[in-house]
Design a protein around this ligand. Structure first.
Ligand code: SF4
Length: 342
């Protein structure tokens, strides 16, 4: 069982101490006996403990920076929401295919932002621009926010904030099962709580440092019991020997425990495994022993953002994935909505 995250090292930006959450976190980490360092800006963090890249990368992944979010301009977040809302960046998990490895480059530490009210004010403006249309905010574009929230409770505040809005909706996804503090949040049905799931083989070999499938499913049941609209992202869908069996077992496990009322408003998103050439290089550097199959010749090349092509499954394999997983969803969860396959 993966324990709730406890940082090995904490950096605090002085400006963060002008906010009550910044002060609160300083005291909390002092009381926990964690080493705390001051830094004028996270960009100044250079001397992380570790003798080589491999060790420094691992230290960074268990380092938390308490800072202030300066950019309050939100990125767009298609296809699952209109905007990405930035409460944190980085993640303590070690998924071999994690996109953060390339997007965060040499700064893989976790950052949490304490100017939460200012982030809400920015969200308010985005909502009023679109009103009376609903505006959806995705809170997990640059982190697994649930993984760190038992320490900060920022997400809990966000859930309650959006619970009170008329035109706002919040969504996020997690691979962690530490959700107990979120069960009594007043969400008013405005937050869709999603879990990222995969078959046991894939979680075992490629997702170290995250909650196991049975833990994620147990957490999903608690979330359903707390009345949240629920969703699952099956990602990345990865073809390995026995994948059809593996995914069938995963859906069966879910089917065995998910309460009936949670199935009426249930969503599935499906994302196939893909990689780019730069990502492949970073994965091989950070996880040199990985069993992840990254052979370009077995894949189809697809035009990607910024002109960097990505390697996806062949058309035939994609059809097979859609048919197989689609039929499982239809069999076990006929009322659920499949939002997209990409
Ligand atoms: S849990 Fe998500 S964000 Fe964290 S390492 Fe794994 S894929 Fe990346």
């Amino acid at each position: 069982m993966v324990k709730p995250f406890v940082p090995q090292l904490v950096y605090i930006e002085p400006r963060a101490l002008e906010y009550s959450l910044g002060k609160e976190l300083l005291h909390k980490f002092q009381n926990m006996g964690i080493e705390i360092r001051e830094t004028t800006s996270h960009n100044q963090i250079r001397n992380l403990p570790g003798e080589n890249h491999f060790q420094k990368y691992r230290t960074a992944k268990s380092t938390l920076v308490v800072g202030v979010r300066k950019t309050l301009k939100f990125d767009t977040s298609k296809p699952s929401a209109e905007y990405a809302i930035p409460f944190a960046t980085g993640c303590m998990g070690h998924c071999h295919y994690c996109y953060l490895q390339t997007t965060m480059g040499s700064k893989p530490y976790i950052r949490t932002y304490v100017n939460v009210e200012e982030i809400f004010e920015a969200a308010e403006e985005y909502m009023s621009e679109r009103a009376p249309e609903i505006t959806r905010f995705e809170a997990s574009c640059t982190s697994d926010i649930v993984g760190v929230d038992h320490l900060t409770h920022t997400l809990k505040r966000a859930i309650e904030y959006f619970g009170k809005t008329e035109h706002g909706r919040l969504r996020f996804v997690t691979k962690f099962s530490h959700v107990d503090h979120l069960l009594d949040a007043e969400h008013n049905g405005k937050t869709r709580f999603r879990f990222s799931i995969n078959d046991d083989y894939i979680i075992k070999y490629f997702e170290p440092g995250t909650s196991r499938l049975n833990e994620r499913i147990e957490a999903a049941v608690k979330i359903a019991e707390a009345g949240y609209p629920l969703g699952f992202i099956v990602a990345p869908i990865y073809l390995h020997e026995g994948w059809k069996e593996g995914y069938r077992e995963m859906f069966e496990m879910l089917n065995d425990v998910l309460p009936t009322y949670a199935r009426r408003d249930l969503t599935f998103e499906m994302i196939q495994h893909r990689f780019t050439k730069p990502a492949k290089r970073v994965i091989q550097q950070n996880y040199p022993m990985t069993k992840l199959e990254l052979d370009e010749s077995k894949r189809k090349w697809k035009w990607g953002k910024y002109g960097i092509g990505k390697y996806v499954y062949t058309d035939h394999e994609q059809e097979d994935i859609k048919d197989t997983l689609g039929s499982y969803i239809y069999r076990y969860f006929p009322e659920a909505k499949i939002e997209y396959f990409t």
